[in-house]
Design a protein around this ligand. Structure first.
Ligand code: NAD
Length: 314
């Protein structure tokens, strides 16, 4: 199939480009190359693909991309993704995550293309008082500017289905990890700090560090996405999660253990408790619509991921 992957030079998008190419698809990548997108994330792909350096908000450029290609499917990974940045300034999040996504929805509608939107478990809000994880039928209660823009794009797409019969899939993955994530995010930043020779380097641990996050390997997420498309599922929302949760302080302990085990010399004194993030959700927790036995065991994926970041930061 012929696939447009937006945000393909970012973290999960680059895993998607790799996976779709490995499966024999024709892939066109659109990425604006913000601070989060890196062309080197697209090195070592299994087959050639086309890359367009473009902004999904730019209607005329995006229309030309659609006109020239006639895609079977659009998978929209392009987004502003760092919650801390959205607390500092929400404007780029509204622009790319809602306005840009809507530009793509309009073109998918015009060119009668399946539209797949990357949403997030954060749209359900805090699960701290729940007895079970959120399901896709639960109400959306996003609680930070990032997750509000993601929820808004989901609602827009559902409205396009209702109004225009736009065919869609919405994927809501839990917290992803793996190689090629931007250094501002939890795991790469943790490894970089723990192995740093810079005595001033610190890893800020928000609040008591007992926030709970689920951990899903990016390679598993993109496989679940493609399998769902190919299976012919349409007009559905799917939660994607390994179901494996840890408190942040326990994640740190495991990362220190793996670094030590591999002889990489971690320095746990670099972890410093800092004031909690504003509006910080305590727990994200979703019930996966993909069988959890399909996911790579956390310890196996963690070792692979740590080796990647050690090579990158050492
Ligand atoms: P990322 O920040 O690593 O990558 C985002 C990519 O989008 C970058 O390459 C960036 O250059 C590109 N981009 C940003 N604005 C653009 C624009 N206007 N036009 C074109 N390209 C633009 O993000 P990620 O972690 O890979 O997340 C991908 C998607 O998955 C996002 O929609 C995110 O909300 C969702 N998601 C991520 C996680 C996670 O744990 N990383 C979990 C759930 C959902």
């Amino acid at each position: 199939m012929k696939v447009l992957i937006t945000g393909g030079a970012g973290f999960i998008g680059s895993h998607a480009v790799h996976h779709f190419l490995s499966c024999g698809d024709e892939v066109i990548v659109v990425d604006k190359l913000t601070y989060a997108g890196k062309l080197e994330n697209l090195d070592d792909m299994p087959r050639p693909f086309t890359f367009e350096n473009a902004d999904i908000c730019d209607v005329s450029t995006m229309r030309a991309v659609f006109r020239e290609n006639r895609f079977d499917v659009v998978v929209n990974f392009a987004a502003e993704t760092h919650v801390d940045n959205s607390i500092r300034d929400s404007a780029p999040f509204v622009q790319t995550n809602l306005a840009g996504a809507t530009v793509l929805m309009d073109l998918a509608r015009e060119y009668e293309t399946l539209f797949c939107q990357l949403s997030t478990d954060e749209v359900y809000g805090d699960a701290v008082d729940s007895d079970i994880g959120f399901e896709t039928t639960d109400p959306l209660r996003p609680r930070n500017p990032y997750s509000v823009t993601k929820a808004a794009a989901d609602m827009m797409l559902l409205s396009y289905h209702n109004t225009f019969k736009q065919s869609y899939l919405i994927f809501r993955p839990s917290n992803n990890f793996g190689p090629r994530q931007h250094a501002e995010k939890f795991l790469p930043k943790l490894v970089e700090t723990l192995i740093s020779y810079d005595a001033k380097a610190i890893f800020p641990l928000y609040g008591d560090g007992r926030q709970v996050r689920e951990w899903t390997y990016a390679g598993d997420t993109v496989k679940a996405i493609r399998d769902t498309i190919v299976a012919g599922e349409r007009n559905r929302i799917l939660n994607i999660s390994s179901g494996f949760s840890l408190e942040n302080i326990e994640t740190i302990r495991r990362v220190v253990d793996v670094l030590d085990e591999r002889g990489y010399m971690a320095n746990p004194e670099r972890i410093k408790h800092v004031e909690d993030r504003l509006g910080h959700d305590r727990r994200y927790w979703i019930e996966s619509d993909i069988p959890t036995n399909a996911f790579t065991p956390f310890d196996v994926a963690l070792k692979k991921t740590i080796d990647h970041y050690y090579q990158r930061f050492a």
